[in-house]
Design a protein. Structure first.
Length: 212
């Protein structure tokens, strides 16, 4: 019988986080139990409680790490020189995160525990959209658009990439680079031809571009 290697407290904590991430990704928060996390890690339940205080504690650590990893990955793209490069970088970074950290992404897109407001996929989308909003405000101002609509457009853009990411998680027939290119194709060409006042209509309900 092989002798079990004794871990330091930090090593054990990291092991438990990894095990918990796998279980949460496969089953979701509600269906996961401390018993299963402990069993898979080869420890007793009290060890898990000692490190995290309970299932909510270890879940919060897992989600916080994934939120930071995804957010940092995407927001690095906002340093690009042009809006199109920003869109390309953000889409590529999002899909790269999914490909490289599939379990973490699966945890994020599952329902969070009841009463857990922050540290969820929704909070990631909101944070990235807020950063994108700052770029859009400047762009809208230069082009004569209503700056008050920038937050709405930012959510549209980030939400579109997020939804495509969820779809791609289950449909890997297309390579990541190709999916990112298609996302940017829609987002960029749509932004390029935006109307400053899309609600403005001609007599009979026609919009300005319908007259062209």
């Amino acid at each position: 019988m092989s002798k079990r290697v004794r871990m330091t407290a930090q090593e054990r904590r990291e092991q438990l986080v990894g095990v918990a991430r796998s279980v949460f990704a496969a089953k979701g928060f509600e269906a996961t139990s401390i018993e299963e996390i402990a069993e898979r890690a080869g420890v007793s339940k009290p060890v898990v409680y000692q490190h995290f205080g309970g299932k909510e504690g270890v879940y919060a650590v897992v989600v916080d790490r994934e939120v930071r990893r995804l957010t940092e990955s995407i927001t690095r793209s906002f340093d690009a020189a042009t809006p199109r490069r920003v869109a390309e970088g953000a889409a590529a970074a999002f899909l790269a995160y999914i490909e490289e950290h599939e379990e973490g992404f699966r945890v994020l897109i599952r329902d969070a525990p009841s009463g857990m407001a922050g540290g969820s996929f929704g909070s990631v989308i909101s944070d990235v959209a807020t950063r994108a909003e700052r770029l859009l405000v400047e762009e809208f101002s230069e082009r004569g658009f209503d700056e008050d609509t920038a937050p709405m457009y930012a959510l549209m853009l980030v939400g579109a990439v997020a939804l495509v990411g969820e779809w791609w998680l289950e449909h890997r027939r297309l390579p990541r680079e190709q999916v990112a290119a298609h996302v940017v194709n829609l987002l960029w060409n749509g932004l390029h031809d935006l109307e400053p006042d899309p609600a403005r209509t001609r007599p009979g309900g026609r919009r300005a571009k319908d007259d062209v």
